[in-house]
Design a protein around this ligand. Structure first.
Ligand code: COA
Length: 171
């Protein structure tokens, strides 16, 4: 049984993340999406909200997978410990990460190196972001939304609604 972990802060989950989840779910039998606490990023949404938003996107992915004859158990959970410990606890053999531009490479390269030191038996697998999603970033989506710009192209209608509510509450 191939088990993969797809970690992220998901503040909020974007179409770029969803694209990676769709593709990763075709590579493993069980995909565990881990929403990281990551207090250093000073998230807009609480860990519970971020996890819930990811959960809300999974049904549509499962539905498409079913139609296409792919079977993958997709689960969403949060974690506050080391990514490697989280992966070990879930018997994962793979960590899956999306890679966008050259600028992602240095950060990811460092992280993969450190993680490999912690547990060389768990491989990090990178999926290149599809061309449409190369430039999406949660930080920029938040900035656009806060300044009144259109974010429909970058997030699902569910996430957009949540962001509008969150921003409305802050004003
Ligand atoms: N398409 C478009 N955008 C994408 C994308 C894709 N396929 N994949 C990621 N992104 C964007 C996100 O929107 C996000 O943008 P932002 O930085 O503006 O918010 C950025 O790329 C990265 O976000 P995300 O994928 O959510 O990952 P992250 O870098 O926030 O997550 C963890 C990092 C959670 C993996 C890392 O902090 C971690 O492992 N934490 C646990 C603690 C630990 O083990 N630390 C030691 C590590 S060696």
């Amino acid at each position: 049984m191939r088990i993969g972990v797809y970690p992220g802060t998901f503040d909020p989950i974007t179409n770029g993340h969803i694209d990676i989840i769709r593709r990763a779910s075709k590579m493993v039998d069980r995909l565990l999406i881990g929403a990281a606490q990551n207090p250093g990023k000073n998230p807009m949404f609480s860990l519970e909200e971020r996890t819930e938003m990811v959960c809300d996107e999974i049904d549509a992915i499962q539905e498409t997978n079913k139609k296409q004859g792919h079977h993958c158990d997709i689960e969403v959970t949060s974690f506050g410990n080391l990514l490697m410990h989280f992966a070990e606890q879930n018997d994962a053999q793979f960590i899956i990460r999306g890679l966008r531009a050259v600028s992602d490479f240095e950060y990811e390269f460092q992280m993969v190196g450190m993680n490999a030191r912690l547990n060389p038996n768990i491989e990090t697998v990178f999926l290149m972001s599809s061309e449409r999603h190369q430039f999406i970033s949660s930080r920029l989506v938040k900035e656009i939304a806060v300044l009144g710009g259109e974010i429909k192209e970058f997030v699902s209608p569910r996430v957009e609604a949540r962001m509008m509510t969150a921003i409305g509450q802050k004003k």
